[in-house]
Design a protein around this ligand. Sequence first.
Ligand SMILES: Cc1ncc(COP(=O)(O)O)c(C=O)c1O
Length: 339
Amino acid sequence: MDQHIAQAVGRPDLIRLDDRLVCLRFETMKVVSAVAAVEHLLETGAVRPGDTLIDSSSGIYAYALALACHQHGMHCHIVGSTTVDHTLRTQLAVLGATFEQMEPSSDLGLDQKRRVARIREILAEHPEYHWMRQYHDAVHYLGYRAVAERLRRETGTDPITLVGGVGSGASTGALAEGLRTAGADVRLTGVQPYGSLTFGSDHIADPEIIIAGIGSSIPFGNVHHDLYDTVHWLAFEAALAGSVDLLRRHAVFAGLSTGAAYLAARWEAGLEPGRTTVFIAADTGHRYVDSVFARHREAAAVEDLAPLTVTSQDQLALPWCRMDWQHAAGPATATVTAG
Ligand SMILES: Cc1ncc(COP(=O)(O)O)c(C=O)c1O
């Protein structure tokens, strides 16, 4: 029996959708990562029960850290982006986490930089707070180890193509690393929105909207570019088509980054039918009811969509591109230098 709800919601479902596609479905991803991170910090004495943990988040990490703090008797303070909605803000308040939301900004880069600046201000006043740094601290890789072990157990000796959205890089990076360390043959496919610095699409704007949780306009230390074999970039309309098809065809109600990963996974599965293709569903569809699912009639048929194959980022174009990344280093602007 679980001793705290964080253990239950942190455990993903592994669902076979057809003979090639498997969905690694989280109710809300990052709980498993935040809980293991907090436990590691407590075990190593970096923090003590009752301490305050602080970080910036665009949504699901805020909830994950609040649950981990609730489980372990810590205080949680979040500097949130404008994508943190009323439902989450209310839950955070009742859970005892404190939350401050930045002023709305249409500029994602500015929004991220302002959140970091605000955290530095708070830390100057409260040097005793511990900054979790989900985008940079490798402690966030730890929690995915058990998930990788389970994936390995359940897929046996099959070669795996793992497909997932890249935000902090921790989930895709840690799962691929864990599987490869266990001897599995893993091809890793990262999914990105346009307008993201991480894999060099920052010169192309997606006119409709950003996909919450994936992509970045500042470099992240937890993205290890050399782990990735392939990168897909998807625009909002393609991700919408994926999300709607995933619900219609397989009854999985998940968010936009999942819709994008599902589309990329279908494509990769078609290229190499001998592999088991596992894609990550990071959150449920509730946040996207109005912006995505209510528009189901305008969703393109996924069979009509195909990525443009590019060999360099200057060829990128909306709404969907694919590039063989081949374990290359990241763009210089997206790489965190030591220090
Ligand atoms: C909805 C959603 N999908 C995918 C991701 C990417 O996960 P990671 O930060 O592990 O790269 C995030 C991260 O915030 C997210 O919120």
